[in-house]
Write a protein that binds this ligand. Structure first.
Ligand SMILES: *[C@@H]1O[C@H](CO)[C@@H](O)[C@H](O)[C@H]1NC(C)=O
Ligand SMILES: *[C@@H]1O[C@H](CO)[C@@H](O)[C@H](O)[C@H]1NC(C)=O
Length: 191
């Protein structure tokens, strides 16, 4: 193949790769949309309640965790796909996710890696705020995870230790971790 043909084929392949992934669907079967509000719920019971902000120890920032009971409402989140022209959330594509809530903390409510935990804040420095959703083992359930790819070029992200979102209990509070614990299968319910 001539160089030009090879290059245009590569560009086409990249464009297809970006849009080929399936949309992530909410509990009504609709794609998750940029900026719309969703509750994140465990797909099975006995796995803690809906996702919410947790005051870990009386100081900022708030952490990302779960309600103690499945009766509690939780807080909705919004998704912001990495690619500006992308208006729906697709499987294994990176996005920022933020609680649609105000807190007493100065930090934003955007999820951010904080050691093994997930706290809130957006330092604008790149990878730590980018999460993704992948398909679960059971139809219409999903796992959330951290394994940045879309924001990487030209950086090399291949050395990142990737992980899926699970939970630990600390002083009776359920806090999300992004690695090391069994992943929590979740569903997304339009708020
Ligand atoms: C709360 O946790 C943060 C982060 O681990 C720590 O820096 C801070 O000292 C803790 N504050 C209290 C009151 O325990
Ligand atoms: C869950 O229970 C613990 C212990 O009573 C409490 O500290 C924590 O704030 C509760 N979590 C939520 C989200 O209300």
């Amino acid at each position: 193949m001539k160089l030009i043909e090879t290059l245009s084929f590569m560009l086409l392949a990249m464009a297809v790769a970006v849009t080929a992934q399936n949309p992530v669907l909410d509990t009504s079967g609709e794609p998750l949309r940029r900026g719309a509000e969703y509750y994140i719920k465990p797909a099975i019971t006995d796995n803690g309640g809906r996702f919410t902000l947790i005051d870990r120890n009386g100081s900022c920032p708030f952490y990302v965790g779960q309600e103690n009971s499945s009766a509690a409402k939780g807080l909705p989140v919004t998704f912001e796909p990495f690619f500006k022209e992308e208006n729906i959330v697709r499987e294994r594509r990176d996005f920022k996710v933020s609680f649609a809530a105000v807190t007493v903390c100065v930090q934003s409510t955007t999820w951010q890696l904080d050691g093994e935990l997930i706290s809130t804040g957006d330092d604008g420095a790149g990878f730590n705020n980018y999460f993704h959703i992948s398909h679960g083992q059971v139809e219409s359930t999903y796992f959330m995870g951290w394994c940045p790819q879309d924001p990487c070029l030209p950086a090399d992200c291949s050395w990142f230790r990737c992980g899926q979102v699970g939970a630990i209990v600390e002083n009776g509070k359920r806090l999300l971790v992004w690695d090391g614990n069994p992943a929590i299968p979740v569903v997304f319910e339009r708020a």
